[in-house]
Every structure is written in C-alpha cells, then in structure tokens.
Ligand binder design. Structure first.
Ligand code: 4NP
Length: 162
C-alpha cells in the first residue's frame, strides 16, 4: 500500500505525518510494508528540509525528520500512490485540480480517511506558535494510527484501499 501525505509547503504538516507514520509502521506494522512519502502543492520550499520547529517537535517524540526534503506534488503521484492524503480542504481542492477526473477519489482528507478523530483538518502551523506544532504531531499520530488500522482491514479483507 502506497501512501502520500500532501500539504502546501511540504515542510511542516506532511513531512511530520510521513515521519510519524514511518515511525509507527516500523514499530507496529512492519508486515504491511507501507510505502510512505510526502509532497507539497506549492513549490516555494522545494529541496529544503522540514521547518526547524517541525524537526524539533518531532525529535522530542523520538522521530527524526531531518533527512526529508521538500518536493512538489506532480500528476504522476496519482499513478505512484494508492491514497493521497490532504492536510486541509485547500490542499484537497488543489489536488483535485491536478488529478484526472478518474483519479480524484484517491485524494482524501487525511483525518477523514483515517477516521480516528473528530477533526477533519490539520491547521497550517507556519505562522503559529509552538502549540500549533504540537497539535500537528498530536493529530498526525492519531491519524497515522487510524491509517494503519485501515490498511490492516484492507490487507485482511483483500479489499482495495481506495
Ligand atoms: P505546510 O506549512 O504546508 O504544513 O508545509 C507551510 C509552509 C510554508 C508556507 C505555508 C505553509 N509558506 O507560505 O511558505
């Protein structure tokens, strides 16, 4: 199963979600052999490591984001990945614009697809304070747990992820 996290800059939310899911999947679901990546709808930060505030917040939870580098979402990502997971509704709208009509169902709100939280969006922390980066990690962790459960159900039933 191939999962791509998508936000605007690919330096705060989606690399955090990528790192959290990699960390949890390695510990709790190595058998699922998930392929995990992240990308941004925008190109402002291409080639850059995650925001230092995201790196620091993840490091406090034992998760290393420092090797990740930002890249922009491309149409081919809809062929390379089964499920493309948007952090907010604007990301989802931008992904719809890029996708062919038949590929749009592969793009979903991360937290809605994960189904473990009442929240549906992960707010952009870029202009925010430390608490906003902690919230990204909290929501990404709950979402990652939900995704692992969804992938487990898919593997157990043989039904496709999307
Ligand atoms: P992200 O956060 O989409 O979670 O990576 C942002 C990073 C950079 C900008 C906006 C959001 N920016 O405008 O540069």
């Amino acid at each position: 199963m191939r999962l791509l996290f998508v936000c605007l800059g690919n330096i705060c939310r989606s690399p955090t979600a990528e790192g959290v899911l990699r960390h949890l999947a390695a510990a709790e679901a190595p058998d699922l052999q998930l392929l995990i990546d992240s990308a941004g709808t925008g190109n402002y930060h291409v080639g850059q490591p995650p925001d230092r505030r995201s790196i620091a917040a993840a490091a406090r939870r034992g998760i290393d984001l420092s090797d990740l580098r930002a890249r922009q979402l491309v149409r081919e990502d809809f062929e390379r990945f089964d499920l493309l997971l948007a952090m907010d509704r604007q990301n989802l709208a931008d992904m719809y614009t890029l996708a062919l009509p038949a590929q749009r169902r592969q793009a979903q709100l991360f937290l809605e697809a994960a189904g473990h939280t009442p929240e549906l969006e992960i707010p952009d922390p870029y202009e925010g304070g430390p608490g906003d980066f902690e919230l990204v990690l909290d929501l990404a962790t709950q979402g990652a747990r939900g995704l692992i459960a969804r992938c487990r159900r898919s593997a157990a039933t043989g039904k496709k992820l999307v």
